[in-house]
Design a protein. Structure first.
Length: 85
């Protein structure tokens, strides 16, 4: 959160993975979120666990909350990717 205050235009957001997401039980890299949105997934919150700096092989699970850094528009794109593919 401190980083986003220091860099204008940079936001932190959270994207919830719903059970109907086309990426549930697939590797995070399949989303191509960074390439498609310009935003980075910097952590996954899974229940009481936090997985910092998840790699592309990390599976996406229903109920995960992805912590995303990027522009507001980019974070919105990550949300759309996870919802619609």
């Amino acid at each position: 959160a401190d980083l986003t205050r220091e860099v204008p235009g940079l936001d932190a957001g959270q994207v919830s993975v719903r059970p109907g997401s086309p990426y549930v039980d697939r590797p995070l890299g399949d989303t191509q979120a960074r390439t498609r949105s310009g935003s980075s997934i910097v952590a996954i919150v899974r229940g009481d666990d936090v997985l910092p700096s998840p790699g592309p092989a990390e599976p996406v699970r229903a109920g995960d909350v992805l912590v995303v850094i990027g522009t507001a528009e980019g974070i919105g794109k990550v949300t759309a990717i996870l919802e619609k593919g």
